[in-house]
Design a protein around this ligand. Structure first.
Ligand SMILES: [Fe+2]
Ligand SMILES: [Fe+2]
Length: 243
């Protein structure tokens, strides 16, 4: 039986395009166009969440990228209160933005959300006490629900998840422990395990750890560009994965 052609996935995160970033990632985009079939950008596309910043990223993608792009927003993309405008700029550049949505590329399913914080394992924040704490926890619950809904839409045999925040503790290790609760949430891990996802890609923890695994051994990759540039042997701000 002939093997189906593998899908080469490139993934990165935390590009943080600012007003002077034009050309910043052009080498990355040119290289992944040669080495992969699809690019995932796992949030923090922009630095301050400004549509002008997104326009510069969109221009670089148009000029230098030759493969489909799937992306989720990060917390920085909400900083100016215009995440929908940032999303629109990216969509106009041909990027498939996932926010509780799913899509397929060459028979592989992809589901994406931004995610949220709240912390990990037995120490994670619970909805107890002040209304603000309850609202904070509710956002993490809602994001996990959105991920679950996105995964439910997929009929594919294999599923990939992209998110900005981390679903497990081990890929944020390296950051100061005081900020772990703001880097991700175990609530995001549950759908990953239940839907037997093939791999998760996330960003946000610029000083975290590049690889980890969920409780059911789903591989989890922190593809934050600053992290990969610091630690990867080839210093490339992305990683590739074949499925
Ligand atoms: Fe970031
Ligand atoms: Fe972030």
């Amino acid at each position: 039986m002939a093997n189906a052609k593998k899908l080469r996935i490139a993934a990165t995160a935390d590009l943080h395009y600012g007003k002077h970033s034009q050309g910043k990632m052009q080498d990355l985009f040119a290289q992944v166009s040669r080495e992969a079939d699809v690019l995932l950008i796992c949030g923090d596309l922009t630095d301050y969440g400004l549509p002008e910043e997104a326009e510069l990223l969109a221009a670089d993608l148009r000029l230098h990228l030759r493969i489909p792009v799937l992306a989720v927003l990060g917390n920085h993309d909400s900083e100016s209160g215009q995440p929908e405008a940032v999303r629109k700029v990216m969509e106009d550049a041909g990027v498939t933005m996932l926010n509780g949505e799913a899509t397929e590329v060459q028979g592989i399913g992809f589901a994406g959300v931004c995610g949220f914080g709240g912390g990990f394992g037995r120490r994670m924040l619970n909805a107890w006490g002040e209304p603000l704490i309850k609202a904070f926890v509710q956002e993490a619950i809602d994001q996990a629900l959105r991920l679950e809904q996105a995964l439910t839409q997929l009929q594919t045999e294999q599923r990939i998840v992209l998110m900005h925040y981390a679903p497990i503790r081990s890929t944020v290790e390296g950051e100061a422990p005081e900020i772990f609760p703001f880097l991700g949430s175990t609530r995001l891990e549950e759908p990953v395990n239940r839907f037997r996802v093939s791999a998760v890609f996330h960003g946000h923890a610029h000083n975290g750890t590049a690889e980890g695994a969920s409780a059911t051994q789903v591989p989890v990759f922190n593809v934050s560009a600053p992290l990969l540039q610091k630690h990867a042997p080839d210093k490339q701000p992305f990683r590739t994965f074949e499925l």
